[in-house]
Design a protein around this ligand. Structure first.
Ligand code: ZN
Length: 222
């Protein structure tokens, strides 16, 4: 119980400091999570990720923008959206991007039994085969995440653009990238309707910035 409360506190803490790198003590508390890669391993690369798709109004546009900048990315897809739009999902794979499991129905782990929580990822596997996973909302218990880590690489982030938040300006979304990108960064965008306004501005500008700064945008290897 105490551990659960501590976890909730820490994740809320993490949320409030969204533009900053997670503190080392948080990283130590969740050793199963990948927040970024080391420059030693990946050189001057960054890893752009997209959550919550595929979405017919957004994902095909995202794929074209990525192609324009010769960038590869990783898409953490929802099983329910792959079920609805299998041809868009296939196109993501065909264009050479990586895909990860973002669960079937986008539940928060808190207050959910271990078996129900895991079941949501298992069901997504009906539609996607991958060893990459990102938990929705970063709301999970240490036990849930430990069980998932036995089968998956769990990919978090060090740069959250908050593109889905309509109260945040599109320039602020872009600034999250331009101020914080460094070799090995994992950046979160969303290919969802909610993010459309911010994404259509921030994504091409971020790619332009990263290119100018000599970064290579790579997919996370499965
Ligand atoms: Zn999500």
């Amino acid at each position: 119980m105490l551990i659960q409360r501590m976890t909730k506190f820490l994740v809320v803490y993490l949320d409030s400091f969204m533009y900053f790198r997670p503190a080392n003590f948080i990283k130590r508390l969740f050793p199963y999570l990948i927040w970024n890669f080391s420059e030693e391993d990946v050189g001057r690369s960054v890893f752009i990720t997209f959550d919550d798709g595929p979405t017919p109004e957004i994902t095909p546009w995202v794929l074209d923008v990525l192609d324009k900048y010769d960038a590869k990315a990783t898409f953490f897809c929802l099983g329910k959206n792959i079920e609805l739009y299998p041809e868009i999902f296939q196109e993501v794979v065909r264009r050479g991007h990586a895909v990860g499991n973002h669960s079937y129905s986008h539940q928060k782990g808190w207050g959910m039994s271990l078996s129900r929580y895991i079941e949501d990822y298992n069901f997504a596997e009906t539609f996607i085969s991958t060893n990459l996973l990102r938990p929705p909302y970063a709301r999970f218990t240490p036990r849930q995440i430990k069980v998932l880590s036995e089968r998956y690489k769990i990919i978090m982030w060090d740069i959250l653009t908050h593109d889905y938040n309509r109260a945040i300006s599109r320039k602020r979304c872009l600034r999250a990238v331009t101020k914080n990108a460094r070799p090995g960064s994992i950046i979160v965008f969303h290919d969802s309707k909610k993010s459309e306004k911010n994404l259509r501005y921030a994504l091409p500008h971020a790619l332009e910035f990263l290119k100018k700064e000599g970064y290579q945008c790579r997919r996370i290897e499965q």
